[in-house]
Every structure is written in C-alpha cells, then in structure tokens.
Design a protein around this ligand. Sequence first.
Ligand code: G3P
Ligand code: CA
Length: 263
Amino acid sequence: GGNAMAGEKYKDIVNVAHRGASGYAPEHTIASYQMGEKMHGDYIEIDLQMTKDGQLINMHDEKLDRTTDGTGLVRDFTLQQIKQLDAGTWFNEKYPQYADPEYAGLKVPTLEETFQTFGKNKSYYIETKSPDVYPGMEKELLRLINKYHINKEKLLVQSFSPQSLQIMHELDPSIKLVQLLSYKTNANITDAEIGEIKEYAVGVGPNYTYLNREYVQKVVKSGLEIHPYTVNDKETMVKLIDWGVTGMFTNFPDLLHEVKKGR
Ligand code: G3P
Ligand code: CA
C-alpha cells in the first residue's frame, strides 16, 4: 500500500547487515558477510579489534570467549594465534535451527582479508571498537582503506567514541562518519548536540529501543542520516521507517528487504 512518496521512502532505506547476516550465520565470518550480500544487505557491518601484533580483525568483543573456542583478550594474542581458533562451532551449538556443518572451523577474518574478498566497491560500515584500548587503530584503518583503494563514497566509519571519529576526521576529512549513541531512557537530542555531531559526522546511529517520532524527525530535518540498531523484527522496521529513519542495522537483512519490497 501507500502512495508514490511512501514507496520512495521505503526503497531508499539503507539495509545494514549487522556483523553480516548474523541471525543466520556466525557473526563476523566471511560466510556471514556473504549471506548478508545474498539477502540484499547494502552494507557489511564490521566491528574492529586489534591483535597483539597490531592487525585489525573483525570481532565484536574485546575477548575471544563468546565467538571463538579461545579465551582471553584479543590484544594479548598475535594474529597467527587467533587464526588457530574456530569462529563457527559456537554458533551451531547456540542456534541449532540455523546450524550448518560448513560453519565449523571458520576463521576470524582480518579487515584486510575482508577488503580482498569483497573488493573496493563494496559498501562497508566499519566500527572502531574500544579505541582507547587500541591507540593508533584509526591510522591503521585508514592505511588499509587507502591500500585497497576502498571507494570512500560507499564507506561509512562509525564509533561510540566522538574522539575516535574526530581522529578519523582529522586524518581524512573525506571519510563519512556516523556517531553511535546509546540511550537508557527516552531518547532526546538537543540542537547543540546535533550541531556538534554535524561538525564531523554525516549521521547518527542510536539504539532503537527508546526512540520516538520527534527524535527521528528532528535528526532528519537537521540533514543527518539516522540508522538505528539493531532491529530484528518487521513490525519495528515498519514503525521506524514510518517515523522517517534513513536506514537501520539488522541481523536479518532478508526481513528488511521484504519490508522494503512489500511497499
Ligand atoms: O554499530 C551499531 C551497533 O552494532 C552498535 O552496537 O555493540 O552491536 O556494536 P554493537
Ligand atoms: Ca557495531
């Protein structure tokens, strides 16, 4: 249903495959990113951590424990050590309904391997995680973006840390940035906050839980993009699109694709 304008609104919603299609495959594996592509995710979302020997790897947690068969902090292990780990079996055990024998033994990817696999014209949505734990991670990220000639028009770099984003902005003002935000109660954003964020970023990424229509419309009117995380059911997807969000993060990019097509 809906009129032509509403149809346009749905069509342009940015579908971010959060840690890949991580509802269906082990997060932050090449398999999960490939599934995200197949399910019409526009962006691959990547969280970065850094190894003892300074390599950027794709992992959400500072610790290896949840998503591999290893234990301890990423920063205490070399890439070679982390490459010994199994990043898929945990998923098969936790989600038997989506288990696939091919997931067993999958490796933790480096950012570099991800760029090599998907190429310079893929859309990447890369988060600097724990930037205070890994001084220099922004510089290393930028080195790899440049080494692989990543198309900066299609690239977004995100962080909860304004400092990390400001470092990126100073290193290369042409890189588009998104300020992540986390609300624990009714979301509210002042004109001053919007003004500060607009100094370096093109958008904000708030948790969807405490959002409201007024918040979304205020942000959109200011000219910022708004991509809430992490939206895993169609009802909430429809509600947020109705409020005016310009995209969203989801573990189930196929669901968001269906919502977009259904209009
Ligand atoms: O990057 C958007 C969203 O992923 C932020 O939360 O903890 O899942 O990285 P987190
Ligand atoms: Ca993230």
